[in-house]
Ligand binder design. Sequence first.
Ligand SMILES: Cc1cc2nc3c(=O)[nH]c(=O)nc-3n(C[C@H](O)[C@H](O)[C@H](O)COP(=O)(O)OP(=O)(O)OC[C@H]3O[C@@H](n4cnc5c(N)ncnc54)[C@H](O)[C@@H]3O)c2cc1C
Length: 539
Amino acid sequence: MAKSRIREGLRARRVVHRPHVMEKDPEHNREENLGLALDDLREALGEEWATDAPSILCGYARDQSFKPASYPHIVAMPASVEEVQAIYRVANERLLDVMPFGTGLTTAGIALPSYGGILCDLRRMDNIVEIDGENMFATIEPGVNYLMLQAAAQRVGCRVLNPSTSATAGVLSNHLFCNINTMASKYGFGMDNIIDVEVALPTGELLKTGASSYGAAKGAVPGPGPDLSCLFRYAFGTYGIVTKMTVRLYPEAPCHQQIFPAYEEDKLEVMAEALYSVAQDNLSLELAHLMNSFYGIFMGDTNAEASKITELMPRHNLVTIFGGGSQEEADLKAEVTQRMLQDKFPMFDYLPKEAIEDMTAEYEYVDMEKWVKFFNVTVRVQRVRGSFVIGALIDKLENMVGIEKKMRAACTNQVGTNDDALPPDDASTYLQPYHMGRSAYMEYDVYTNQADKDDLIRIVLGYGRATATAMSHGMIIAAGGGALVKGLFPMMDLAMAAAQPNMVQLMDAFTKMKMALDPNNISNRRWEYDTGCMKKICF
Ligand SMILES: Cc1cc2nc3c(=O)[nH]c(=O)nc-3n(C[C@H](O)[C@H](O)[C@H](O)COP(=O)(O)OP(=O)(O)OC[C@H]3O[C@@H](n4cnc5c(N)ncnc54)[C@H](O)[C@@H]3O)c2cc1C
């Protein structure tokens, strides 16, 4: 028989069959239950809103991370909280896992269904249920993204705490995930600004939290008594699906001014001190430190452009934006801050606005418009070398500097270096004060070409060593890694305890709560209740 060129072509491109069984001795997601569950879901949601078509499933099997493909068996798209409850009902009856899906932008494979089951894509639930400019809050469903909410908020004189991610990122899922935004020094992270939530629990029951759950006004201080809204932060869908959330909005300043303090020397300690000083003055609206390579990834459309922009920019930059009711007010805040910085940090340069405009004119890809839009309305961030691994860490500002140095040394030891504008060991560090400098957030991003297996392994090992170094110095991983790494391997809990003693109590409480809320372990199942371990690496 003649050889099939098509089949050979497919083999060469490593097109693989979608596996149906994704774990050893499965008790969940058993083949004989899948068809029955699909019928039930179609009845509950409507024929077209539940599918097992491979062409749809493959769209959910990967994300921007380097995690290998992991397919759901079924994708379901509910349009209401009742339909979310129906999905849990079917999942409990047929013992199928449920993976909530917001927008799949975590860059860490977090919303990939490790063992298959039902992927619950929430993007049809995209109503802004209520928006109140006077009391500055909005109640939203999971499908509302930053662009939608920012546009609606601006119409009532407010703004959203938007992070530096894609405009299509879900507001609700991002707030559950922390929401690191450049206004955190003034207003905190998004997770601090959750007023209440409505949650479909894995049992199918509905839980409402916050003051509004007992009839008080949404803006009221919760209590007396405990407020359960925080329980779902960092839970990654393991405790159920958040179907509504009320978040705080803030006044939109009609006028803005910006200064561009920059520092060429590679001394992060100076930048940390400057951040603290500006944070304590509490005049700036947005405040963050950016390394030159961030400008590259924000503004460059290609790797070559990103490298060029990285070389053009000073090594360290303070993003310092001021808002005011009038231009005079915004200008004055900027002027006072610049004077304070000039006094305390005479080594800084101040890039005049014209310098950036000149750069824009000379190099067409350094697009000032893009930059301004990036911070006012979120736009997609360009990525360098294909993919990146984010290290998100929280600690005291003054501790960050020493730990960052140790992380860099560990990474260089592991991956080596070269003379490129973006060498493999040169992580992009991003520092920003939180709550006026009470503590701080640090991002430690390394770039990798995920199509190149050697590069990927090399960079991931470098990142791993850097992160282990940070943890061994007591730094807390932001975005609540505990719920994700629980049971990763038999010694995981001991390893976590060695790195961070407070993790023992935290994981104990998390485990008990998970088992109480989800008796069948169906909602983002990662580890088994009987062994305490994952059946495979779900990370
Ligand atoms: C280039 C880039 C830059 C970024 N920069 C930032 C930044 O500056 N600041 C920042 O905060 N983030 C940033 N992110 C991260 C990203 O925006 C967030 O990871 C994302 O918004 C999380 O939401 P998601 O919809 O992607 O969640 P998903 O990936 O869909 O889900 C994440 C987890 O939450 C669970 N989940 C989703 N929806 C629900 C729900 N309704 N109820 C319960 N559980 C749910 C999922 O099961 C999963 O476990 C960046 C991402 C990229 C790609």
